[in-house]
Design a protein around this ligand. Structure first.
Ligand code: FE
Length: 202
């Protein structure tokens, strides 16, 4: 099975915002978001089970979603993707404001708040069906498409020679003893569970 083929199904990149049980602001970078229907507005998202944000969103039952614009700097994606809200206040590193009492990025193309109505458990993720509680246009700039982000990273990485491989979803850096190319096809990112095909050479 060649998982590269799966990534021909395109999607965007998004930042979730939520509050943990201590009322601290938390969040993460996700890619799996789909509008199921517009009226009533329903969205489906998928969160990696191992993420602190996922753990807390399952308790609070609500979260915000910021749609990343095409010119989102890499450090914003890394900020939300490569570290845990358990130990880092990610929101202090970016311009944000509260919307419906949840944090959203000032630079978002659009933003919304979601309330979870149903959930499905998979091996690595929780798939959450959500009602859109409120939604606003942000800059309304074109959204960052995941495939374009990957291509951007590939181009940048061609310009540098390095043996490190980075997960384009969560920023995890693989620098293990086994050469990345020799890892089995079903190897997945230990942080976010995505397949080898989402990794690019740093
Ligand atoms: Fe990852």
């Amino acid at each position: 099975m060649n998982l590269d083929a799966l990534f021909k199904i395109s999607h965007g990149l998004y930042v979730t915002g939520a509050r943990d049980t201590q009322d601290r602001l938390i969040g993460s970078c996700i890619d799996a978001v789909m509008v199921i229907e517009a009226s009533p507005a329903q969205i489906m998202i998928s969160l990696g089970k191992s993420s602190f944000t996922c753990e807390n969103v399952l308790i609070s039952q609500k979260l915000s979603l910021s749609v990343l614009p095409v010119d989102t700097p890499d450090d914003v994606i890394r900020n939300f993707g490569m570290q845990s809200s358990k130990t880092t206040d990610k929101w202090k590193n970016v311009p944000y404001h509260l919307y419906q009492n949840l944090p959203v990025l000032n630079q978002a193309s659009a933003y919304m708040t979601l309330v979870i109505t149903q959930r499905i458990e998979t091996a690595t993720h929780w798939v959450l069906l959500c009602d859109v509680q409120a939604v606003e246009p942000g800059s309304m700039a074109p959204a960052l498409i995941y495939a374009d982000y990957q291509n951007r990273k590939r181009k940048e990485n061609k310009m540098t020679e390095s043996k490190k491989w980075v997960c384009t979803v969560c920023g995890y850096v693989y620098d293990g003893d086994i050469p990345f190319e020799e890892l089995p096809d079903d190897w997945t990112c230990p942080l976010c569970g995505e397949p080898k095909s989402v990794f690019v050479q740093e």
